[in-house]
Design a protein around this ligand. Sequence first.
Ligand SMILES: *Cc1c(COP(=O)(O)O)cnc(C)c1O
Length: 492
Amino acid sequence: MDIFPEATNAEETLDPPDWADVGELSHRILDEAIAYLEDVRNRPVWCEMPAEVRAFFGAPLPRSPAPAADVYDDVARNVMPYPMGNIHPRFWSWYMGSSNFTGALGDFLAAIQGSNLGGGNHAAALMDSQVVNWMKEMVGFPVSASGTLVSGGSMANIIGLTVARNVKAGVDVRERGVGAMPKPLRYYASDQVHSCHRKAVEALGLGNQALRRIQTDAGLRIDIAALKAAIAEDREAGFRPACVIGTAGTVNTGAVDDLQALASVAAEEDLWFHVDGCIGALIAIAPKNRSLVAGIEQADSIALDPHKWLHAPFEAGCALVRDASQHRNTFAVTPEYLESTPRGLASGEWLHDYGLQTSRGFRALKIWMALKEHGVEKFGRLIDQNIAQARHLTRLIEAEPVLELMAPSTINIVCFRHRLDGASEERLKAFNTEIMLRLQEEGTAALSDTRVQGRHCLRVAIANHRTRRSDLDLLVTEMLRLGREIEAAIPV
Ligand SMILES: *Cc1c(COP(=O)(O)O)cnc(C)c1O
């Protein structure tokens, strides 16, 4: 006899009443997803959303149910046609990867299995550690090093800079806080350093002024003599120089700091050596260009970004730390409800002991599946291919009198602008911005802009496995056409 008869019928679940229906819809979604990628080249890179699409996102919290097929139709109509555009072959804005289908399947399966990568004794946890080991191997780190998959490069940098702070604090900073440090710490990076490092030193309680921006040379790499002078000056003034951040591929121009020289300075000055390799760490796997990042293997910590040059679907970053115990000692905490057991699900190491998150997604699967499918060598060749494409664009710019290269192109980033005879810097900026916006609005190409040595320019960053040289040829042709049209339309 059922002791609780009324409970049986009242219980609900999120599972569908009929799995066969779900199968039909899922197959349709999959077919349309494949068609979406197959056709990506024929669609505009980006397109502005019409008013009714914007209004769609103002709808209130749904209170009553809707068929899953209708829910998908809403997405198909209002979301899928208006992407950021970074999967398109002519998307070169800022710096991001272009995703990949196998990785997307990995994300799907990770969500289906639903495992939490806080740790524990299960297959996803082993795979998470395996992917970290593969990352170590790619950059030449020792097997004894540790690492963790995080949301992206910003978080990966925070992990490295936090370990650096705790190791160099001169006090038990976990217990006593930054206020107890005998001397204020100083970190050093070039004036091209990514903005996430500012957020990091602020969040670490060190303050923005603790991050000294060192001038760069003509190649926009950190000036080693200026770095040494700054360290000496700070020691003299009572600070504790703690960490030097080398950038392997700056976000502005792709400059690669002299990592070997920085490793030597760090060793001489007893500094932590962190490498922001969000863009360039993986050049270490590219056969034609790997010498550019020589010295990266000497770092104490490295931040890298599988959602950039490994094209993992967002999000996937990775922090690596040479000394695993320093890494673990920075973050490990074992509350009574997370103690390990000798056997069973809670045996083994907790992965959340290597970072700030407790629950963690199964990011490893999308990286693992794409690496297994293509092999690391293909990813290396794709990196070389993007660098060769950037050189191709650089040559087109150099050969075209109305275009002007604005920074040396070292890797896959090209900074340039359209000339305008006799125009002020201000007018040049307005003119080039107009070209950039028309390229976006016409759906031809997405570029972004920046300032290099105080001068505004357009910027093409090719971290894209779909780009072909002919796309770059088209960019130049279209820029010249737009330049003529805009120039004719503006009063002199
Ligand atoms: C992209 C980037 C970052 C930040 O990485 P996210 O993955 O966007 O968080 C940090 N440093 C450099 C040099 C970058 O290019």
